[in-house]
Design a protein. Structure first.
Length: 298
């Protein structure tokens, strides 16, 4: 057993001596000590011209400058003859060698000379939706107090053009109230020229007489708006409150306060005018790009 172990040690020693005596292996001279233009020991003589290119003043991307390889370690070579740096310390990432052509290609991409052509959709400016209206009329019909409001979409916030309530005394007959509603709506349309109207949707009334009166006032307002050729959309009251306040069963004073804040008004508008302005704001929100549900056109 002792003789077998000694034979194995002698065989390993001889193999190590043969390895160190092989050409191109063993301690390699430092890059700083190598003369300019001399081929790298790890490269074949046929690649001497390539080494001269990398030994010129331009950066050498395929070698590890200043490295001092240990005896018996040969730099790895690619199929093109350019070595990789395998002298990295454990725990670090070794730099990977590249060819001169690859280096020029990367330099061209970084400098932008060969950047990809932008697609046509990226070069064209964003198109504005032609159906988006900028001046919106909101109407909250009622026989004795019809609210109306006109807003203009602007930045940084919408601007109020006009808002008010069409009040009719209790002593007036129904026909006079309906005529007053139609006449006032026509004057607002002629003066401010809105392009779309948002009206409050129908609700279920327990009193039949109240439902008939509301329908009459609604019909007088819609007839005057339709004569001007405006698009008319109806929005349910709960959806309006949800869009403005964030709660579908919000009180009227909460709606008025939110309308005041959204339109930057000096004071909260009256209840009927606030509902009309809320309708206009809700329609402006429904025609935005992030709207999930479209308003119902009537």
């Amino acid at each position: 057993m002792l003789e077998l172990g000694e034979l194995r040690r002698e065989a390993r020693t001889a193999a190590n001596k043969k390895l160190h005596a092989s050409p191109g292996l063993g301690p390699q001279p430092r890059d700083d000590d190598r003369k300019p233009g001399s081929p790298h020991p790890a490269l074949p003589l046929s690649d001497a011209s390539r080494w001269r290119e990398f030994s010129s003043p331009q950066p050498r991307t395929g070698f590890c400058p200043g490295s001092d390889p240990k005896p018996g370690i040969q730099p790895l070579r690619t199929n093109r003859g350019f070595p990789f740096c395998n002298h990295a310390v454990v725990g670090t990432v070794a730099r990977v060698g590249i060819t001169l052509q690859q280096f020029h290609q990367m330099s061209a991409r970084v400098s932008g000379r060969k950047s990809r052509a932008a697609s046509a959709s990226m070069l064209l400016p964003p198109t504005r939706n032609p159906s988006v209206h900028t001046i919106i009329l909101g109407v909250d019909p009622s026989l004795r107090g019809t609210g109306y409001g006109v807003i203009e979409l602007a930045k940084p916030h919408p601007r109020t053009l006009v808002q008010g309530t069409i009040s009719c005394p209790a002593a007036w007959p129904h026909s006079r109230c309906l005529a007053n509603i139609s006449q006032t709506i026509r004057e607002v349309l002629r003066k401010y020229a809105p392009t779309v109207c948002a009206v409050e949707g129908l609700f279920f009334a327990q009193n039949l007489q109240t439902a008939i009166l509301m329908g009459e006032a609604r019909g007088a307002a819609l007839a005057a708006i339709a004569e001007a050729g405006l698009e008319i959309y109806e929005i349910a009251p709960r959806k309006v409150k949800q869009a403005i306040v964030g709660y579908g069963a919000a009180q009227k004073h909460a709606v008025a306060k939110m309308v005041q804040r959204l339109l930057q008004l000096a004071e909260p508008p009256p209840a009927d005018a606030a509902d009309a302005l809320a309708l206009a704001l809700a329609h402006a929100q429904s025609q935005g790009r992030y709207s999930l549900t479209a308003a119902k056109r009537i």
